[in-house]
Design a protein around this ligand. Sequence first.
Ligand code: TXE
Length: 508
Amino acid sequence: MAEREFQFRNFAQGGERVPKELQMFIGGQWVKAASGAVRDILNPADNGTIALAAEGGERDAQKAIAAAKEAFYEGPWVETPPAERARLLFAVADLLAERGSDFAGSETLNTGKPLREAVYDVNDTAACFRYYAGICTKPHGQTYDVSDPMQTMVVREPIGVCGQIVPWNYPLLMAAWKLAPALAAGNTVVFKPSELTPVTAVMLFELLEKAGFPGGVANLVLGPGNTVGQAIASSLDVDKVAFTGGTKTGRSILEASVSNIKQVSLELGGKSPNIVFDDADWETAIDYALFGIFANQGEVCSAGSRLILHEKIHDHFIEELARRASKIRVGNGMDPETEMGPLISREHTEKVLHYIEIGRQEGARLICGGHRISAPPYDQGNFVEPTIFIDTTPEMRIVQEEIFGPVLVVQKFKDEDEAVRLANNSIYGLAGGVFTGDGARALRVIRRLRAGITWINCYNPTYNEAPWGGYKQSGLGRELGTFGYEEYTEVKQININLSVAPSGWFKG
Ligand code: TXE
């Protein structure tokens, strides 16, 4: 394990040794792809190779599903006491905390995100494992006094084999959001990271192995979505699939899941509104408007990508916003001065630039950015300027569609009703924020927002304790908190006869 980590760093710093292949973890063993195929894993800052990853396929996915099934039905996991599951999850958090800087550096190398954000993600990941470790041993279930001389008890049990598929924007954190609650509840899992960002998932599974999870309980498969991901989603042996990613992919997972009516939870895209009234605290509103869209290069499902401004402050606000956005330091995430990193891939960069072009053609006005940054040292990487469009109309594609990059669109409103109408005019309903000095109005507006994650006078803070998920086409179900735990459980009623005697229903 240590050798592999050394090789990552060595390679990233220009060393000549090609890193070892990143392998899959199936049934407690590190394995190559059955086909022997590998994929280059790239650094978005220069598109250089930082690692070679096993490129799994359907056969590998089936092997992992079989291992998870055997571990659930034949292994000791279901009988493992909650306190032992908690100990293992706490151990993962401790190991992660010891190796925090390695994880943060690797996350930045693989995703491009600024190091300070990667450090944040690592801490959050450890906290998520601790949160769910704590939940294992807390009271669960209910009892009812029913009308017969009967005691009814309701217990929560693991669902079985859980397939988990995550995207590339928060590889480590999304792994924690999926693995920690599923394992806490006693399930076995088959986990698939994005084919673009397997590095910290592999490192995390090394910690799961070291912590002592029994073989087959947590399995890691690497590879593309249309083979490995699809095999997980359509498998008859997977009892639940949990997915974070784009809405289009989410829909195909939902369709594949009908094979065995598996349980599904989906955390999908968004086009989230951030409403600023004219009585808002000026500095706070500007600060969070920037943070809401340009954190993690805008590659955030809950990004505040539509800024809805009161007409009285609109002109002055956007002037100041553009001034500050153009000063954001874009660069290689490994540079501690960097405030915004490169986009994940060349392909995704093209998609974001294409949307900027669409915005121009639709007649929206650019007041900041709008270009790829291509002068050296940016020439090999996927850098795009922080970009802001004004003079938009609600039906424009840049207002309706998720761009998933550093592109903010501004809308203007006259009164509270119009602000809410604009905010809710979306197929999505993931997140939203409101900034105002009027407490009653803040709550009024938030209660009218059709979204699952909301903020008053701030934007972005996320807590392991609170449920995360969306309305409308932003998804199904909730992650995090007790809600996220319950999504990994089946509910069973147990009726206990307190007066043991025949019912006498049939006379003969
Ligand atoms: O994500 P995908 P992509 C949005 C964002 C982005 C768009 C496409 O707008 O531009 O989605 O990005 C796996 N069966 N978000 O293509 O396809 C895939 O291997 C099963 C929003 O990168 O959603 C990866 O592990 N799995 C978002 C995961 O799904 C499949 C985060 C996510 O990939 C599959 C990322 C299939 N048929 C992108 N096809 C968010 N809401 O956080 C792909 N996958």
